[in-house]
Design a protein around this ligand. Structure first.
Ligand code: NAP
Ligand code: GDD
Length: 324
């Protein structure tokens, strides 16, 4: 039986990846940092099927103990300070976790067992002010936030450990992927939650920032399969993963509000606090390399994703509303 170790198990992607790997018969070790409260919400339903272990990306010793104890076959590094907006307030923390944290984990693998296969959660935010449309594995990076800068470091250190020490280290350059388990501060979930609240009479407005930003949004459940596929290849590599379509925040609003019979213009308010010091205006992937090598393609369409998220928030809020 293969053992997979997932950092960031309590996050959106960690929960979907754990479900996926359990179905593939992996023993799953989920890594959590210490917290004064439980952060199990997204993995509650699989807690009896996985092993939880404690470590922090800031702490080299905790990572060494982890890898020595569990001797995984594959390590998926999903842990990060993942909210771009917060990275301007916490640039040093973001750099320590998202950049140096990757080196700490790679160093651990190098010393404890260099045969371990390593996946790094890189990001389309690395393309930032895009130098080419659409973006592929060869498109130059131009990050526009401390988050993006740190992810560029994480990506290149992964490539360097591959080339310097022959570690099977792959970097997945994933475009935005969403789900009902997305954090409430990200724009898609903020909208689906806002629409559900307004529909149920729990709120009468939704404060947003730049409605013209365009993103290549897919479903997280589809994207975790690509992570696994990357580690099953004969050689490590970098892969762009996305849908190849782009949509604006405004379009997301239109579809989400329309789905429940409302017009977004009546409820959405432009709020300067939600604008960023520097914006990534447009992201759109060219995932043809992944389609060819990995045989991967997304399954859930943009419209299906919007509806899935609105339905989930309506159900969640209705349940809370009527059971309280
Ligand atoms: P997420 O929901 O924010 O999850 C992040 C995870 O990292 C959480 O489990 C969090 O733990 C953990 N974490 C944060 N700091 C840590 C630390 N110091 N030590 C140990 N764990 C720590 O993010 P996601 O959407 O699942 O994304 C997963 C990864 O993919 C991230 O690296 C993200 O940057 C990257 N990525 C995401 C997307 C996307 O669209 N979702 C696209 C490209 C790349 P707590 O629960 O304790 O906070
Ligand atoms: N969060 C948020 N809140 N974003 C808003 C809002 C708002 O009220 N209004 C407009 N936006 C715009 C942002 O300015 C940005 O252009 C876009 O919506 C998407 O913002 P987020 O959902 O916060 O995601 P992100 O694209 O910045 O980052 C996500 O995707 C990256 C991959 O490209 C995160 O998941 C990153 O971790 C990931 O790497």
């Amino acid at each position: 039986m293969k053992t997979a170790l997932i950092t960031g198990i309590t996050g959106q992607d960690g929960s979907y990846l754990a479900e996926f790997l359990l179905k593939k018969n992996y023993k799953v070790i989920g890594v959590m940092r210490r917290s004064s409260t439980t952060t199990h919400e997204r993995i509650e339903h699989i807690l009896d099927k996985i092993t939880l272990a404690q470590a922090d990306m800031h702490d080299q010793g905790s990572l060494i103990n982890l890898i020595e104890e569990y001797q995984p076959t594959e390590v998926y590094n999903l842990a990060a300070q993942s909210f771009v907006h917060s990275s301007w307030n916490q640039p040093i923390l973001t750099g320590d976790v998202n950049a140096l944290g990757v080196t700490r984990l790679l160093e651990t693998i190098r010393y404890v067992n260099p045969k371990i296969r390593f996946y790094q959660a890189s990001s389309s935010e690395m393309f930032g002010k895009v130098q080419e449309i659409p973006q592929n594995e060869k498109t130059p990076f131009y990050p526009r936030s401390p988050y993006g800068v740190a992810k560029v470091y994480g990506h290149w250190i992964t490539v360097n450990y591959r080339e310097s020490f022959n570690i099977f280290a792959s970097s997945g350059i994933l475009f935005n992927h969403e789900s009902p388990r997305r954090g409430l501060e990200f724009v898609t979930r903020k909208i689906s939650d806002g629409v559900a609240r307004i529909k149920l009479g729990l709120s009468d407005r939704l404060n947003l920032g730049n409605l013209d930003a365009q993103r290549d949004w897919g479903f997280a459940g589809d994207f975790v399969e690509a992570m696994w596929l990357m580690l099953q290849q004969s050689e490590p590599n970098n892969y762009v993963i996305g849908t190849g379509e782009t949509h604006s925040v405004r379009e997301f609003c239109e579809i989400a509000f329309d789905y429940v019979g409302l017009e977004y213009e009546k409820y959405v308010i432009n709020d300067e606090h939600n604008f960023r010091p520097a914006e990534v205006d447009l992201l759109i992937s060219d995932p043809s390399q992944a389609m060819k090598d990995l045989g991967w393609k997304y399954k859930v369409s943009f419209k299906e994703l919007v509806k899935m998220m609105v339905d989930a928030d309506l159900n969640r809020l209705e349940y809370h509303h009527y059971s309280n």
